[in-house]
Design a protein around this ligand. Structure first.
Ligand SMILES: *Cc1c(COP(=O)(O)O)cnc(C)c1O
Length: 431
């Protein structure tokens, strides 16, 4: 115990014996690199090496690590209260955050439910949709989701995540069966064809009387394959939901807060969903927090229905510390010329990743906003490739056939070049 505060003495062996890491085995875990600290876009390892961060801690940090304003907001709030139960009590950080979210999200989303993680925000959205129809006396209990979509690891979230070949395949006999439409076939920059809506149209036509909502990740399908699809798909999906009396849930947990070049990806198609999920970058990567927003109509219908209340209320709902940090993060975002930062990053990623196309094992290279993706022809050996990246001084964690970059918005040109060159080098070594 006495050496707990010696950061250079992380007990890796204990970690390996006792701690589960994401999606790994307890008997043959993938090696973990012990981190001492992180600052700006740099991660400092125990070994003394520093790595340029290409992942933003899974899409979460916008301005890098150890951000002055966010630290100050957290410290200020700590001296007031870190947390207070949200049942029957409220506080300024929550009110301020709700105000900002209502103001900056697509129009109509006026009611805010705070929760603790992205997956829970999705559970909440799905429960809202179910309660909405229940309140109207309609037996609509199915969801339509997109193939290759990803919405989280809890059970309801898994039930709308593509069951085939995904990480959730293992539980498919237990997970509620929902309806899946084809992955949107037209990519973001391709020319539009109406026929891309045929499958969704048919499914809605055949099933709308039992479908509560269509849930999708607008424009960017993230963890399911880093696919960027055409804004017209989203626009048409919104119109179809209206036509068939189905709610639209937009999961912007990964895309929210500027990552795709718009503050919210729904803006690419100029649409508003009925329910919106936010998470990941909301606290700038500082702590776990999420929000589900709904239209007044959805909220009112639920509230005037049989139950008279919305039945959800996590212990750490509206956590004051997280709200305070989220407020500081959003203030920083909205007072920064983030459009400029993201479009500069976009250009740099585009220019520098392009030469990966010359390699025969590279299938495609695509960039949208501050997201750069190199798709290979074959899945990579994660352990081996991670070590190569660390040796090159970068932190990049591929999955399957995908090597991608999602750098903090403050990454310098030189840092982006180093990240892109590392990807080129590693792909070349495999070629
Ligand atoms: C990460 C993610 C989630 C799940 O969020 P967690 O905080 O990991 O529970 C849900 N939806 C999308 C689109 C995500 O990218």
């Amino acid at each position: 115990m006495s050496n707990c505060n010696l950061p250079f003495d992380i007990d890796l062996d204990y970690d390996k014996q006792h701690i589960w890491h994401p999606y790994t085995s307890m008997t043959a875990p993938i090696p973990c690199y012990p981190v001492e600290s992180a600052n700006g876009c740099l991660i400092s390892l125990q070994s003394g090496e520093t790595l340029i961060d290409g992942m933003s801690s899974w899409w979460a940090c916008l301005f890098g690590y150890n951000v002055k304003e966010l630290n100050e907001a957290a410290t200020d709030q700590l001296s007031k209260m870190s947390h207070i139960m949200f049942g029957g009590l409220t506080h300024q950080p929550a009110v301020d955050l709700a105000k900002t979210l209502v103001e900056i999200t697509p129009t109509g989303l006026n009611k805010v439910f705070f929760s603790d993680s992205g997956s829970v925000a999705v559970e909440v959205a799905m429960k809202m949709a179910l309660q909405y129809w229940q309140s109207l006396g309609k037996a609509k209990t199915k969801f339509i989701a997109l193939k290759k979509g990803y919405h989280g690891d809890t059970f309801a979230a898994m039930s709308v995540t593509d069951p085939d070949g995904s990480m959730h395949e293992l539980y498919q006999d237990f997970v509620t069966k929902n309806i899946f439409t084809k992955q949107p076939s037209i990519a973001f920059e391709q020319s539009w064809q109406e026929s891309a809506m045929d499958d969704l149209t048919r499914l809605l036509k055949d099933n709308h009387t039992q479908v509560a909502a269509l849930i999708l990740e607008p424009i960017v399908q993230g963890a399911g394959g880093m696919h960027f699809y055409h804004p017209n798909y989203l626009k048409a999906a919104r119109a179809l939901c209206d036509e068939y009396g189905v709610l639209l849930i937009a999961d912007e947990i990964a895309t929210g807060f500027g990552r795709t070049g718009k503050l919210f990806a729904c803006e690419h198609a100029n649409i508003s969903p009925d329910i919106l999920c936010l998470g990941k970058a909301i606290t700038g990567g500082y702590m776990s927090f999420a929000a589900t927003l709904a239209t007044t109509q959805v909220a009112t219908t639920i509230s005037e229905g049989k139950a008279g209340v919305f039945m959800h209320g996590p212990t750490f709902m509206g956590n004051a510390l997280a709200c305070a940090v989220a407020n500081a993060n959003l203030k920083k975002l909205l007072t920064t010329d983030w459009q400029q930062l993201v479009s500069t990053l976009s250009e740099q990623l585009q220019n520098r990743l392009n030469r990966c196309k010359t390699l025969s094992n590279v299938n495609s290279v695509r960039v949208l906003g501050a997201i750069g993706v190199v798709e290979l022809n074959q899945a990579v050996n994660m352990v081996e490739i991670q070590k190569q990246f660390v040796d090159l001084g970068v932190w990049i964690r591929p999955f399957g056939k995908l090597i991608y970059l999602m750098p903090p918005y403050i990454a310098s040109e030189q840092q982006i070049n180093t990240l892109c060159d590392a990807i080129y080098q590693v792909c070349k070594n495999m070629d």
